[in-house]
Design a protein around this ligand. Structure first.
Ligand SMILES: [Zn+2]
Length: 389
């Protein structure tokens, strides 16, 4: 009879007891629901503690079978809902777990994946690899520059750790896999190129246009502010304080990379060359945390693999240039310490009282802005610009 019902309904019906429970749950307040859940969890855990390993395995098997059956009959809507709930519950779990629990979870996942891989057929393996590749490609197409840089860094670190502990044999195997993968990629690229040519000749440009659109979107997205994804913020070079615009490459310099050049970009050498003393306020405006006494742009964006740098400065900041006396041509340290109008000015009034006035941006005229820059001599130590005021 029950089989007959299943066929009629098209799905696996819940037991009457479960249905009753569900009806009761619908009437409960959220607090009561939570309390009820906690109670059930505790009683389940207590039960689990008592049962033997065999009972446990049996229970698991029954649950597993039940879930499988349920999945078999669920509608598209139900499947999406189940997946969403699972994702949500996993995220919540990960957020509250300790480092130890996280490591344990990762290990369990890795082990289960390994076991799965060991027993799978070649066809299944190829399918799994393809799914993974596709999902990674989709992910990398929509990610921001920051996310990409972070992903790359994590990958590099994990690869380095792996290389450090591998045997010679494993190393040789890895190298071979890499070579094969490169070959496959080159092959794919060649194929793509040929297809593009064919498309162009056949006047079916849609593939070419799709890819170009994707690329353009990535360029547009790179100014997105990671702290506030609805806003965009220009990308500024840490060495010269200029914008990196359009499709210009964003190079990265780490603190260590920049630190090597502390002599060329330092406050001290600037003051010596221009025979001046920079005011604290101005020095503060060009200070980057962790790189003391250097003239850099705090407006520059920090990526996981370094600060944004323009192509011109990047080529002038190579390690072998560190011994040079002169800074990169357009570096702040090359005579471009301009500073901005102070946010607050202190002055004495007629009665000799010391007053402070806040300065708003729209309260400064262009002339005032220019005057504030006159206390700096414009000349550069490298390159051809020489402006003296
Ligand atoms: Zn630059």
């Amino acid at each position: 009879m029950s089989i007959y019902l299943i066929v009629l309904d098209g799905r696996n019906p819940a037991s009457p007891a479960a249905e009753k429970k569900q009806r009761q749950r619908l009437k409960m307040s959220q607090e009561k629901k939570d309390a009820q859940r906690e109670k059930e969890r505790l009683s389940k855990n207590a039960k689990r503690q008592e049962e033997t390993q065999e009972d446990n395995a049996q229970c698991r098997k029954i649950n597993c079978e039940y879930m499988k059956r349920k999945r078999l009959f669920e509608t598209q809507e139900e499947r999406l809902k189940r997946r969403k709930t699972n994702r949500y519950s996993m995220t919540r779990k990960r957020e509250t777990e300790t480092e130890e629990q996280g490591a344990k979870r990762n290990k369990t996942n890795r082990d289960s994946m390994r076991r799965k891989r060991e027993t799978e057929m070649e066809e299944q393996g190829a399918k799994r690899n393809k799914t993974n590749r596709d999902s990674m490609r989709r992910k990398s197409e929509t990610e921001t520059e920051e996310q990409g840089a972070k992903r790359n860094k994590t990958n590099r670190d994990s690869m380095r750790r792996k290389r450090e502990t591998e045997t010679e044999e494993q190393g040789a195997k890895r190298k071979k896999t890499n070579r094969d993968c490169l070959k496959r990629k080159r092959e794919e690229k060649r194929h793509q190129f040929q297809n593009d040519r064919k498309d162009c000749n056949g006047e079916d440009m849609s593939n070419v246009i799709d890819r170009a659109t994707k690329e353009a979107k990535q360029f547009l997205q790179r100014t997105q502010d990671p702290a506030n994804p609805h806003m965009h913020r220009a990308i500024v070079c840490i060495i010269c304080d200029r914008f990196i615009i359009g499709t210009e490459t964003i190079h990265k310099l780490t603190k260590e990379d920049i630190g090597v050049h502390s002599g060329r970009l330092g406050v001290k050498s600037y003051e010596e060359f221009y025979q001046t003393t920079l005011k604290d306020e101005v020095k503060r405006q060009y200070r980057v945390q962790g790189l003391q006494d250097m003239l850099l742009s705090p407006r520059s964006r920090k990526y996981p693999d370094g600060y944004a740098t323009c192509s011109i400065c990047y080529s002038a900041m190579q390690p072998q240039m560190a011994c040079k006396k002169t800074p990169p041509k357009f570096a702040i340290a090359n005579g471009f310490v301009i500073g901005s109008f102070p946010r607050e000015i202190k002055f004495l009034n007629k009665n000799g009282q010391r007053l402070t006035r806040k300065v708003e941006d729209d309260g400064i005229t262009d002339t005032l802005k220019a005057v504030s820059r006159f206390n700096v001599r414009y000349s550069s130590r490298s390159g051809s610009t020489t402006l003296e005021f």
